[in-house]
Design a protein around this ligand. Structure first.
Ligand SMILES: [Zn+2]
Length: 350
């Protein structure tokens, strides 16, 4: 892999002062052994890996390996369950979201837009008219914006997340949003079952995704539906928001990277209704249904990653400065763009 995939101590994405301080504090916990890492095997059971990166986009000293049998990527050694609980409760959102207070409302609005899309996506594939009277649970709901369109459609909604300020914001927007502190273990402990379960970009954060899928099975009523999505190894569009590079998508919280086929290989007791290469899927609870065999995607995944790394748009975005060209007035006008809020400029990136 390219040299920049090796540890150098520097970040590969721009960090604000809050993010930089957090990154340094977390690396310090790793260095001192307060944040413990543990060795792990691939989900397919093989123990034959190649290291593809010795760092992530924030510059943490962590290894991402690829399994030479199935092609699933994972962090190894990885943070333990105890470390992850503290990390998600106290550090993750601020490290991830380029945190500024006003961004919570932007984030909530984006979640609502995503929720409208998800609701129609599920309705279309299941051919149902709506969610009236149904129970909808989301694990990893953040501020709960995805649940709002389901609530407005008549569903009884509940969400769990570790970030208290995001939960509080969602509750302040709509009291019908039942948002609680915790993760998959806390949902399991309620002993309740639901008609619909949403795990949107959650599975890749968990130490044992296979166990999480079976927990999802136990949380659903008979015939219940699981909406599951994970960032895909082979979804080129995903990398547009990550510096157009594979390294940009690697971070300490992504313990696994799946393709569509890799996800299908851990879905015991679920019947796929629809799954694409993005990877997002709708699965029906189906006791006894066997998952597909693990794929053999080492070669094709490596080819994709190198193609992504060497794409022209990625090279331009990472390696070249922007040149300003024009007469005095136009140059001053162009330079003014750098003083605009970052979220405005992000609309013009390609
Ligand atoms: Zn494997």
């Amino acid at each position: 892999m390219p040299n920049r995939f090796m540890f150098s101590g520097r970040s590969h994405v721009p960090l604000n002062s809050v993010q930089t301080a957090l990154r340094d504090a977390i690396q310090d916990k790793l260095d001192k052994g307060y944040y413990k890492l543990e060795d792990c095997h691939c989900l397919c059971g093989a123990d034959d890996d190649v290291i593809i990166a010795g760092t992530d986009r924030y510059g943490f000293a962590i290894n991402t390996v690829i399994c030479r049998s199935c092609g699933i990527l994972r962090i190894d050694p990885r943070p333990s369950r105890g470390v992850l609980k503290e990390f998600y409760s106290r550090e993750y959102q601020d490290l991830y979201w380029d945190a500024e207070p006003e961004n919570i409302s932007d984030h909530f609005r984006a979640q609502v837009t995503g929720g409208v899309y998800m609701k129609d996506f599920i309705k279309g594939h299941l051919n149902i008219s709506g969610f009236r009277g149904k129970t909808v649970m989301e694990i990893g709901c953040s501020a709960g914006g995805i649940l709002l369109p389901f609530l407005e459609d008549g569903a009884d909604v509940r969400g769990y997340d570790y970030n208290k300020s995001y939960l509080e914001y969602g509750r302040s927007i709509n009291r019908g949003l039942d948002l609680r502190h915790g993760g998959i273990d806390e949902v399991k402990n309620t002993g309740e079952r639901f008609d619909f379960l949403i795990m949107n970009h959650v599975l890749e954060h968990l130490v044992d995704p296979k166990e999480a899928v079976q927990t999802a099975f136990n949380l659903l009523k008979d015939g219940g539906i699981l909406y599951l999505s994970v960032p895909s190894i082979k979804n080129a569009n995903y990398y547009k928001s990550h510096d157009k590079s594979y390294l940009g998508s690697l971070h300490i919280a992504h313990l696994y990277h799946f393709s569509r086929n890799a996800l299908m290989s851990i879905m015991d007791n679920f019947e796929p209704i629809f799954v694409d290469e993005k990877v997002r899927g709708i699965f029906k609870r189906s006791p006894g249904k066997k998952a597909e065999k693990f794929p053999r995607e080492y070669d094709s995944n490596i080819r994709f990653i190198l193609w992504r790394e060497n794409s022209v748009s990625g090279l331009i975005s990472r390696k070249f400065d922007v040149f300003l060209y024009g007469h005095y007035f136009y140059t001053r006008l162009l330079r003014a763009f750098k003083f605009l809020p970052k979220r405005w400029l992000s609309r013009f990136t390609f």
